[in-house]
Structures are given as structure tokens and as C-alpha cells.
Write a protein that binds this ligand. Structure first.
Ligand SMILES: [Zn+2]
Length: 217
């Protein structure tokens, strides 16, 4: 009657408010939390989503897990130090920088943080492990803010489709205008032999006009 192993309603594992979390307690007692967040709850992420996106309010699922790990301290003894691991999965619409249309970008974040007490401690913290970030903990920690920060950090440097939809080859080469012009000039000098090797897009267009659909003559 007194034991409730894994009972989420138990006092040590009550519901967690991700906006107001005692991060030190969360880590020390190895607690876990999970939830769903909408882009509309993350104003800075929402800024990245184009107005004409098919869905501006996509969702992210998140999991957070507290833990402690033994660490050698300055006084030479080992103490258990607080850690937080956060995983975020989901997608948001961004603007493709190649074809300038919206596309669905997947986000998969898995970050581990060593929790410290103060900013000063964070700055002095020896970062000998690239896999671990340092955050300043709080008794009223805003996990939503951290999740948004991680999403912003994992935005692609140049957002783009893997393969842009329905972009004709002639349009792609048209983007690099100067290069295309140089190519054309070189081709002109090379003479008529080369001309026949490459289909002339204008000739194709003329042919279309001549035999166009419902062609009225
Ligand atoms: Zn594209």
C-alpha cells in the first residue's frame, strides 16, 4: 500500500510544469518529463516560419531526463553533479533558399547539459567534452525556453529542400546569371558545331508556340 513504484501520481514524480521547473531537484531525483510543444508557443521559432507555409503551427515532442554523475571536485573528493538530457523531435516549415518556397524541415535534437549554479561558474567550467553543454540551473527553470533555444541553434545554416520540386534545369542555370552569360559567349565563339550539341531552349519554345495546344492558325 505504501509503495507505488513508477506511479506518476506519486509525490516524487508529480506532474512537471516545463515553464517552472526546479532543475536541481529534477536532476538529483532523476526525474523524467515529456510533452508536446507547438510552434505557436515558441515565438522566435514562429518567426522563422513563412506566412504562406501549409502549416505554421507544427508540433515538437520533447523528453527531458534528470541525472547525476560522479565528478572529481576541486577538493579532490568525488561528488555527484546534476545533469539534464533533452531530446526534441518534430518539424517546422522554413523557406528554401534555393527555390524560395516553403518546405518541411525535420528537427532532431539530443542534448546533454551539465547544470551549474551561476553564470560565473558556467564561464569557468572546463569544457573538455564537446558532447556536453553547460547551463545555469534554477529553482524556476524554463524548459520551454531551453527547447526553443535548442531548436533555433539547430536551424540549418542554409535552409533548403533536399531536391527542389519542379525546378527546370534552365531555371537553375539562370540563377547564376553571370556564369550563364559567359558560357553563352564562349559558345558563340566556338561556332555552330557546339550549337547543335545543346538544345536551344528558345528553339524549343518556338516549336511549342507553333504546335501549341488548340493551335489556331
Ligand atoms: Zn527548394
Amino acid at each position: 500500500m505504501t509503495e507505488h513504484p513508477g506511479n506518476p501520481a506519486g509525490p516524487a514524480a508529480g506532474p512537471v510544469d516545463p515553464r517552472d521547473l526546479d532543475l536541481f531537484e529534477f536532476a538529483r531525483s532523476g526525474r523524467q518529463a515529456a510533452g508536446v510543444m507547438r510552434v505557436s508557443q515558441l515565438p522566435r521559432m514562429l518567426n522563422e516560419v513563412p506566412i504562406d507555409a501549409p502549416d505554421r503551427d507544427t508540433t515538437f515532442t520533447w523528453q527531458a531526463e534528470g541525472a547525476t554523475q560522479p565528478e572529481l571536485q576541486y577538493n579532490g573528493t568525488e561528488g555527484r553533479q546534476p545533469y539534464l538530457r533533452v531530446a526534441i523531435h518534430g518539424a517546422a516549415w522554413l523557406v528554401c533558399q534555393r527555390c524560395l518556397t516553403p518546405y518541411d524541415q525535420a528537427f532532431n535534437v539530443d542534448a546533454t547539459y551539465r547544470i551549474v549554479n551561476t553564470e560565473a561558474e558556467a564561464e569557468e567550467f572546463p569544457l573538455d567534452d564537446d558532447e556536453v553543454e553547460v547551463i545555469v540551473g534554477s529553482r524556476q527553470f524554463d524548459l520551454v525556453d531551453l527547447i526553443e533555444e535548442e531548436l533555433l541553434l539547430s536551424l540549418p545554416l542554409v535552409p533548403k529542400h533536399d531536391v527542389c520540386p519542379e525546378v527546370h534545369e534552365s531555371l537553375v542555370s539562370g540563377v547564376s546569371g553571370a556564369e550563364g552569360a559567359g558560357e553563352q559567349a564562349a559558345q558563340d565563339e566556338a561556332g555552330a558545331d557546339d550549337e547543335s550539341a545543346r538544345p536551344n531552349p528558345f528553339a524549343a519554345l518556338e516549336a511549342l508556340k507553333r504546335s501549341g495546344p488548340g493551335g489556331k492558325h
